[in-house]
Unconditional design. Structure first.
Length: 192
């Protein structure tokens, strides 16, 4: 799971009112007025909190005539809540089995003599090694502006958007708006 999704989820549920709403909805769907009454809050407050819960996908709504009922998506809530336990599991990725010699051979196969990426491997096991190779010279704890990161990637590849996206999806980097920072290496699926 992408780290930014996990952070957004925890920010959304890290509010006492939203936790109370989740507890109420675990017993079954309710409309906004009923939730407001049960929690002793005003309907606009419920609307605000429901928007936050819907944005992370743990609450959805259905209309019945003029009334909107809110439902808790328990399977999604469970998946998101448990996903924090999966952090760091990427180190068990099959690419971790590759030795230094095999990794160097991969780099030789996917980079031209001038150091440019010829193509991104289709096989994930190989792709994460190539991504790890390209990211190895970025500074730890440095916050990169998007343009700065794009310039770095262009040393290897002109398609900086794809490489950025791959780094985020494989937990090499974390994105916050237009800034990027390396995740701890323990979260990386491979290192070089």
């Amino acid at each position: 799971m992408q780290l930014d999704k996990l952070v957004r989820f925890h920010k959304a549920v890290g509010d006492a009112t939203r936790m109370r709403i989740i507890a109420v909805l675990k017993k079954g769907p309710l409309h906004g007025q009923a939730i407001a009454h049960k929690l002793g809050l005003k309907p606009p407050t419920i609307t605000h909190h429901m928007t936050k819960l819907r944005e992370v996908g743990i609450v959805y709504q259905r209309r019945d005539g003029n009334t909107i009922y809110f439902y808790l998506d328990e399977p999604r809530l469970t998946k998101l809540a448990n996903s924090i336990l999966q952090l760091g599991q990427e180190s068990l990725h099959p690419s971790a089995d590759l030795g230094a010699e095999e990794k160097l051979k991969l780099v030789k196969n996917f980079f031209s003599s001038d150091g440019k990426l010829t193509q991104l491997p289709a096989q994930e096991k190989k792709r994460v090694v190539i991504l790890a190779y390209m990211i190895q010279h970025l500074k730890r704890h440095h916050i990169y502006e998007e343009q700065e990161l794009n310039s770095y990637i262009q040393n290897y590849c002109d398609d900086y958007a794809t490489i950025r996206r791959e780094w985020i999806m494989h937990h090499f980097i974390y994105r916050d708006g237009n800034t990027y920072q390396l995740n701890p290496e323990e979260m990386w699926p491979a290192s070089f």
